[in-house]
Design a protein around this ligand. Structure first.
Ligand code: GLA
Length: 517
C-alpha cells in the first residue's frame, strides 16, 4: 500500500468518526431541547424594546420533524425569510436568514432566550409561544384602479439635502435632526442647494385612539421640529410604508394613507419617502403601482406640496410609471452601503434608466455615503461625480457635524452640483466602456457636455480619448471640475491619467459657444 493510499484511508476514517460525533451531538442536543421544550413546532414571538421604547415583535415559525427544525422568520413582522443553515451549537439552536442576520435560540423552560445579530448590532429578548394567526399578515386592502395623479410641480431639479439613515439609523432623534439642520446652514451647504432635512425610519410611535399616527419619545414635537427647520430656510421630510410596518418594524401607513398625508401636511412636512417593506407581505408585485398611487392621491389632496419619494427597490420597472402615481423620485434598486463595491455596483449600472429622468421625476440610486468612512476620499469623489452625472438626488448621509474638510469639499463642489442640478435634467449615459475605464456623458442646458472618466480598476490608468469617438467635433474648451481649472482647448484628443477608483470630471464646451457668451 502506497503512503498516499494510507493517508487517504486515514482521512476517510477520521471524516467518518467526525460525522458520527456530529450526529451524536445533534441527537443529544435535540434530546435536551425535548426535555425543556417537547416540540418546538409552532409560532414564537420575541418582543424587542427599541431605544425609543417602541416594542417590535419578530416571529419564528418553526417546524420540527424528528431531529430537524426548519421554518421562517418574520423579521420585525415586516418580511418573511426562510431559515438557513439550521444547526446546534452546544445546546443553542443557531441559524441565519438572508440579509446576513444570524439567530441564536437558547431553549429554556417553554421559552427561548434569543440573540439576533444584524451584523451592526445585537438584539436580545425572550421568545414565547403565540397563536399561529399572530404571525400571519393582515389581508390586503382594496387598491384603486390605475389613474394618473397630477404632478405636484415639485423637484424640478433632483432633490438635495440630508437624510438620517445612512449614518444614524435608528439612533435618529429630535436633537440629531436639529443639529443636522444647523450644520447644513453653518457649513454653507444649504446655500448650495441642500435644503431637505429628511428623517428616515424610526420616528413613529404608533396610533392614537382616532388612528392618527403619533411620534415616539425621541420626537416629542414634530410640528415644533418642522417650525425649527423651516425657520432656517430648510424643509423637513419624513418616512413611512404602504404596509402595516416600516422596514425597521415601526408603524406604517397601511389603511391610514389619507389620514397620514393630512397629518404630515398639518405638521408642515415637505417630503415623504415611502418604503415598500411589509407591504410585500400582503400585496403582489403587480399591485405595487396601485398601492403607491393610493398615497400619491392622498398627498395630492393633503393641501401642501409634498415631494413624493418612492422606495420600492425598482420592482415592476418603477421608472416607467413612477411619475404617473405622482412620484418625484424612485429608488432603482436595493440599499447602498458605505463600501466601494456596493456603491460602484449601483452607480455603474444606472444607465439603463437614464431616459426616464427629467424635471420633476428622477431615478434614485440611493442616498450618499460621502464622509461615512468606508471609502477613500478618491472613491467618495467618484461616488459624488457619478451621482451628479446621473442627475440623482443628492441626499448627504453623513454626520454633518463631524465632517472633514475633504468631505465638505466633496459635498460642496459647486461645479459638480451644477451638473446634477442642470435644468435640462438629462441623465448621463456611458459613451466608452474600455475595460476598467468607463466614460459617462450628459448634455447640459447651455449646449455643453459633462463628462466623467472613471477608473474602476485597482491601478492608475493612462489613456487617450479621441473626441470624435464621443461625438465632439471641432475645438472644445475643457474644464476640470475637481481641479476647478480650465485645461485649455482641444481639437482631437484628450489624454488622461486616473487613479484607481478615481474620476476626472469635465465640462466640455464647444469653443464657438464660449465666444458667443
Ligand atoms: C430600507 C430602505 C432604506 C432605509 C431603511 C429604513 O432598507 O431602503 O433606505 O429607509 O429601509 O428601515
Amino acid at each position: 500500500m502506497s503512503i498516499v493510499t494510507i493517508i487517504i484511508l486515514w482521512g476517510i476514517t477520521v471524516a467518518f468518526k467526525l460525522a458520527d460525533k456530529d450526529r451524536n451531538a445533534v441527537q443529544s442536543v435535540t434530546k435536551e431541547v425535548k426535555q425543556t421544550i417537547s416540540d418546538v413546532t409552532g409560532t414564537w414571538r420575541v418582543d424587542i424594546v427599541q431605544n425609543d421604547g417602541v416594542v417590535i415583535p419578530t416571529y419564528f415559525v418553526l417546524r420540527q420533524n424528528g431531529d430537524t427544525i426548519d421554518g421562517t422568520v418574520s423579521i420585525k413582522a415586516t418580511v418573511d425569510l426562510p431559515i438557513r443553515n439550521p444547526h446546534w451549537e452546544d445546546s443553542d439552536f443557531v441559524f441565519c436568514t438572508d440579509w446576513n442576520i444570524s439567530y441564536r435560540l437558547h431553549p429554556e423552560k417553554e421559552k427561548f432566550s434569543v440573540t439576533i445579530n444584524y451584523g451592526n448590532g445585537l438584539e436580545k429578548g425572550q421568545a414565547f409561544r403565540v397563536s399561529e394567526a399572530e404571525a400571519i399578515p393582515p389581508k390586503a386592502l382594496p387598491i384603486p384602479g390605475l389613474n394618473n395623479v397630477p404632478s405636484n410641480g415639485a423637484a424640478k431639479t433632483p432633490p438635495m439635502g440630508w437624510n438620517s439613515w445612512n449614518h444614524f439609523g435608528n439612533r435618529v432623534d429630535d436633537a440629531i435632526v436639529r443639529h443636522a439642520a444647523d450644520a447644513l446652514v453653518s457649513s454653507g451647504l444649504a446655500k448650495l442647494g441642500y435644503v431637505y432635512i429628511n428623517i428616515d425610519d424610526c420616528w413613529q410611535g404608533g396610533r392614537d385612539v382616532q388612528g392618527n399616527i403619533v411620534t415616539n419619545k425621541k420626537f416629542p414635537d414634530m410640528k415644533g421640529l418642522a417650525d425649527y427647520v423651516h425657520g432656517k430656510g430648510l424643509k423637513l421630510g419624513l418616512y413611512s410604508s404602504p404596509g402595516p410596518r416600516t422596514c425597521g418594524g415601526y408603524e406604517g401607513s397601511y389603511g391610514h394613507e389619507e389620514q397620514d398625508a393630512k397629518t404630515y401636511a398639518a405638521w408642515g412636512i415637505d417630503y415623504l419617502k415611502y418604503d415598500w417593506c411589509s407591504a410585500q407581505r400582503m400585496y403582489s408585485n403587480s399591485q405595487v403601482r396601485a398601492v403607491y398611487q393610493k398615497m400619491g392621491e392622498a398627498l395630492a389632496n393633503a393641501g401642501r406640496p409634498i415631494v413624493y419619494s418612492l422606495c420600492e427597490y425598482g420592482i415592476e420597472d418603477v421608472w416607467k410609471w413612477g411619475q404617473n402615481v405622482g412620484g418625484n423620485l424612485w429608488r432603482t434598486g436595493y440599499d447602498i452601503n458605505d463600501s466601494w463595491k456596493r456603491m460602484a455596483e449601483i452607480g455603474f449600472n444606472q444607465d439603463q434608466y437614464s431616459s426616464y429622468a427629467g424635471p420633476g421625476h428622477w431615478n434614485d440610486p440611493d442616498m450618499l455615503e460621502v464622509g461615512n468612512g468606508g471609502m477613500t476620499d478618491t472613491e467618495y469623489r467618484t461616488h459624488f461625480s457619478l451621482w451628479c452625472l446621473l442627475a440623482a438626488p443628492l441626499l448627504a448621509g453623513n454626520d454633518l457635524n463631524a465632517m472633514s474638510a475633504e468631505t465638505l469639499q466633496i459635498l460642496g463642489n459647486q461645479e459638480a452640483i451644477a451638473i446634477d442640478q442642470d435644468p435640462l435634467g438629462n441623465a448621463a449615459v456611458p459613451v466608452i466602456k474600455d475595460g476598467d475605464i468607463h466614460v459617462l456623458m450628459r448634455d447640459l442646458h447651455d449646449g455643453s457636455k459633462a463628462v466623467g472618466i472613471f477608473n474602476l480598476g485597482d491601478v492608475t490608468r493612462k489613456g487617450t480619448i479621441n473626441l470624435q469617438d464621443i461625438k465632439l467635433e471641432g475645438s472644445q474648451k475643457i474644464r476640470d471640475l475637481w481641479l476647478h481649472l480650465d485645461l485649455g482647448k482641444f481639437t482631437s484628443q484628450f489624454n488622461y491619467e486616473v487613479p484607481s477608483h478615481g474620476v476626472i470630471l469635465l465640462k466640455i464646451t464647444k469653443s464657438h459657444l464660449v465666444k458667443q457668451r
